[in-house]
Design a protein around this ligand. Sequence first.
Ligand SMILES: Cc1cc2nc3c(=O)[nH]c(=O)nc-3n(C[C@H](O)[C@H](O)[C@H](O)COP(=O)(O)OP(=O)(O)OC[C@H]3O[C@@H](n4cnc5c(N)ncnc54)[C@H](O)[C@@H]3O)c2cc1C
Length: 450
Amino acid sequence: MTLLAALDALARELDGPLLRVGDVGFDAARRPWNLAIEQRPAAVATPAGLDDLRRILAAARESGTPIAVQPSGHGASGDLVGSVIVRTAAFDRLEVDLASGVVVVGSGVRWGAVVDALEGTAWAAPAGTSPVVSVAGYTLGGGHSWFSRTAGLGSDNLRAAWVLRPDGTHERIDDESDAEAMWALRGAGGVVGIVTALEIDLVPAPAQWGASLTFAMTDAASVIRAVRDLSAAAPSTLNVFTSSNRMPDAPMLPEEIRGRSFVTVRALSTDGAADALLDGVRAAGAVQREITGPTSPAAIAAALGEPTEPTAGRGASLALDTFDDALIDALVAFHQAPEQSPIMSIDLRMLGGALDAPRRPGFASLASASWLLHALVPNFPGAPSEPGDASIAGILALLAPAAAEQSVPTFLDPGQTLERCGTAADIDRLRAVRASADPDGVLHEGRLPR
Ligand SMILES: Cc1cc2nc3c(=O)[nH]c(=O)nc-3n(C[C@H](O)[C@H](O)[C@H](O)COP(=O)(O)OP(=O)(O)OC[C@H]3O[C@@H](n4cnc5c(N)ncnc54)[C@H](O)[C@@H]3O)c2cc1C
């Protein structure tokens, strides 16, 4: 059957909407969360439930059109030409079991809903910083959170998944029933099928305490060195992010940060105040602003103000193996150079702790890395757009000698493949898992190298 005939038939069969090229609303439906990424699928389906998913699978098989599951497209890579994008919004199950510290989450649920459901409890979700990223997209790509030093990657906390296999079987799988599929689901995306729900361990966080310290940009090198030195002594209950910020003079930014440059250090402890551990950081510069006290992921999300509407942006991400004084000085000098103003922020996340000894086998791992870096080049009114590409290339070249062997798939940039996140043997193993689970290639290969 031709693609057009298959899509026409599918549109009539589905309970949920299917928008094809030329349909009203298609352009809005095909857009990913990152508006800088252009994607040209043949259609976008929003299945109403499992029956719809099965119909989409059957039509894809008959017409030879790959299915690409994309809950919201924060990780869109722009490579879905001619495929059917599947949005999972209808899969909205959310069951929190506080007695056993487990949450069951439908593949359309976003982290914000889970974080809100846990507010005021002694548990935290292994969630990323954005409340609008889907639990499925994040967890199936590894996922680094505020709690990763304490509890590992999001994927390490994946106990089980409900999967619709390409042959139409829908089942709950775990390490006992299908260890190979679970290894792949922990970081390599939906290689084995369409995930409809996930069962995830929560993080014990009986006394969440946070600190936010702000310094002048002139103190950047000494502050970042002190944060680096803290990593040797920090317990795994302490999670630390630091960032170098050059905010553009853009009207959409809050007045207190608009046009300013500064360094922030943020810490989150899961077992109470960790004030004394931060003394070395405080002594590294003149603290301009300090907030400490009991906190929660919802409070942190409110303070960070991550965008909740689709935006356009570019960036560079890298896991670092070493982070010595020379590299810190070079990075700080790089970010302060006038021509690097397109880079609004360089975020550095302290790794180690539970990340060094993953609790479950999975494709994604940050065990070989000590820092996770993301440089953000935003693209909003008032932000400099040029020479953003040169800045991205420049920071990647600067950091390349210190790059770790592997990064995590949720920190891949558009166009990068899973080769950056695993060994050649891991990629061969993934190909074998895919060949056995999806011999006809009904599911888009995602970031698996072609
Ligand atoms: C503002 C922002 C903040 C972020 N913060 C963090 C962070 O703190 N930590 C972090 O690790 N990452 C972070 N990310 C990256 C983000 O976690 C990844 O891009 C993630 O993949 C996005 O989830 P999504 O639902 O938008 O996925 P999409 O981009 O829609 O999908 C990603 C991939 O997941 C797979 N997939 C998703 N759902 C299913 C399913 N149901 N069945 C089968 N396969 C599926 C598919 O292979 C798909 O291509 C952030 C991204 C942004 C834009």
